[in-house]
Write a protein that binds this ligand. Sequence first.
Ligand SMILES: CC(C)(COP(=O)(O)OP(=O)(O)OC[C@H]1O[C@@H](n2cnc3c(N)ncnc32)[C@H](O)[C@@H]1OP(=O)(O)O)[C@@H](O)C(=O)NCCC(=O)NCCS
Length: 326
Amino acid sequence: MSGPTDPPRPARGVPVPALLELIQHLRRALLARGEFLGPSWVEEAARDLHDARIPGWVTGPVTAPTGVAFYSLRPHRAYGHVHVDPSPSPAADAEALALALIDSLPPPILRLDIGTTGLGPEEDSVVTGRLAARPGVSSLHRFALERAVRPADPAAATPAPRGFALHAIGEIPMESLAQLDWLAFRGTPDESLVADSLEEDRRILEEIVGGELGRFIEEASAALVDDEGRFAAFLLTAEQSARRAVFLDLVVHPAMRGRGLGRFLLTWSMRALFALGYDDVRLWVTAANAPARRLYDAIGFRPVLEASIYRFERPGPPTPHPQPGA
Ligand SMILES: CC(C)(COP(=O)(O)OP(=O)(O)OC[C@H]1O[C@@H](n2cnc3c(N)ncnc32)[C@H](O)[C@@H]1OP(=O)(O)O)[C@@H](O)C(=O)NCCC(=O)NCCS
């Protein structure tokens, strides 16, 4: 029987041991998904929620909560997360937690992206459907794809596509990486999923290259530059575990797509990963990103996990109409 759920209550003041237990479960779910978390993440998150340094909500008994939600704020947007442990009503709890985040969002914040863990695919689609009825809420469905890096590809290394040369990421100025990344995601379903300004994009790329999302694997990351010195594409690869790598970012300049640059970077990197001793590689792709999905499918990546991101967008302030004669 799944009875009515109690509304979420603030995580502030919930006993730290109770929060620790739940956040351990969240950590396990995030690690299974390939997220990278620092060594004291669980303890810090539990304390930050208890002390209300992070705005958060819980569901279930106060001494043993079964659901938690929280967000972190950036200048104009927030990133939230909802986690539910098995309970009589995981979908209802997740929905209520997501709504608690949305309803408490401070007014200057225009967008909130909420990741989830703990829901099965059916529960996830129930929550997606219910939240979609709420004004301003949409969702992005994402797949984790995986492939072994053993060289099932042609035995000989493929040369770089004609007219392009391979460069180490360290040879490319960070500003150029950020500009290409920013440009490449424009108009794709992932636009503004990760960053909604060039500055934020640069900051995230710095985090990737600085190893904050898993040890950066320089030997399996690369850029392509054409004969005239134009920067065309890059791939950033990090370590997820001793045996598994993750492609964190792949972009090709819009004017240079469809020439095999994306395919080349991926296959080149998988050869490098194999030589480095990794077994497989994973990546996340948005369901609606058809070109990327077709490319990954063509080179043998297969889905291993799926997850939704619930997005809330507040209507922005009305654009002022220019006054005649102003
Ligand atoms: C996805 C992306 C990297 C592909 O790069 P690309 O260099 O154009 O891809 P390739 O030329 O190597 O294409 C290889 C295969 O992918 C598929 N593909 C690529 N672009 C496609 C498109 N627009 N439509 C359909 N299939 C496409 C095809 O199967 C193609 O094989 P084919 O050339 O034998 O038909 C590029 O579109 C891009 O930068 N997109 C924006 C950023 C992004 O979404 N990155 C991935 C995030 S997960």
